[in-house]
Design a binder for this molecule. Structure first.
Ligand code: PXP
Length: 262
């Protein structure tokens, strides 16, 4: 069985991929100077967050290994690979060292995202139309390494067609413009673009994922996107966890500051 098969298997429900990057962002805001070696001993530990997300029913964990490693480190990804059983979706740029790292790691899924301006469409997704030549061999080598390769694209038919042309099996539709327009008259138009892109991708045999800016308010509409296989969500889940976890966190610290006298 191909290593990505469990990832591609459709259980008849929308899969939830939990993006743990924001936990790493918070960690680095305090511990950047300390370097990667302290990562296991300080809070928040993105790998612990991933394990708890898995326990709560997440279908996958997404982490973005940036070229400058400013949030998630290589060590985080290696620990993730060992610590969680659900599929790892490695978000990554087209940089050759990151591609080499992913080929060795063999995650179940990868999502190629733009990191420098030249790779970005006007709407923020990967400009697959302009990058076709560069992308095709990258998609091929990651596919050979057993990953389900997804391209993070704006909901634009030309980008969908280019994704099919470079033989990516999956597209992740960028829901950011829709999320930003949620409370404006443009929302219906943005949603219609997502629907059209999802239909076009499905017609070309592509698996349809979506993500960016999906939250507890807009998910009732987002989940009605046709052919939706997986949502990748980070910010809203991590933000809610801060609120739902604050009481326990304060109680625990207060108890430690005032241990019972023996
Ligand atoms: N999908 C991709 C490709 C992303 O880069 C991100 C993070 O920006 C997300 C999904 C999750 O977005 P958010 O944190 O807004 O939920």
């Amino acid at each position: 069985m191909n290593a990505s098969e469990p990832y591609l298997f459709k259980p008849g429900k929308i899969r939830l991929g939990v993006n743990i990057d924001h936990a790493a962002t918070l960690r680095q805001a305090r511990y950047r100077e300390a370097g990667p070696s302290v990562a296991r001993f300080v809070e928040p530990d993105p790998i612990l967050i991933a394990r708890l997300a898995e326990k709560a029913g997440a279908d996958g964990i997404t982490a973005h290994l940036r070229e400058d490693r400013r949030h998630i480190h290589d060590e985080d990804v290696l620990r993730l690979r060992q610590s969680v059983k659900i599929p790892l979706n490695l978000e990554m740029s087209l940089a050759s060292d990151v591609v080499e790292f992913a080929v060795k790691l063999r995650p179940q899924a990868v999502c190629l995202v733009p990191e420098n301006r030249k790779e970005v469409t006007t709407e923020g997704g990967l400009d697959v139309v302009s990058l076709k030549k560069r992308l095709a061999p990258i998609v091929d080598s990651l596919t050979q390494a057993g990953a389900a390769v997804s391209l993070f694209i704006a909901p634009d038919i030309a980008q969908v067609e280019a994704a099919a042309a470079v033989k990516a099996p999956v597209v992740e539709l960028h829901t950011g413009a829709y999320a930003n327009a949620y409370d404006t008259p443009q929302r219906a138009e943005e949603f219609a673009r997502l629907v059209a892109a999802a239909e076009a991708a499905h017609a070309l045999g592509l698996i349809v994922n979506a993500g960016h800016g999906v939250n507890y308010v807009n998910i009732p509409e987002i989940r009605t996107l046709p052919h939706l296989h997986e949502l990748n969500i980070g910010h809203s889940i991590l933000s809610r966890a801060l609120c739902t976890g604050i009481e326990e966190a304060v109680r625990a610290m207060k108890d430690l500051a005032n241990p019972p006298q023996i």
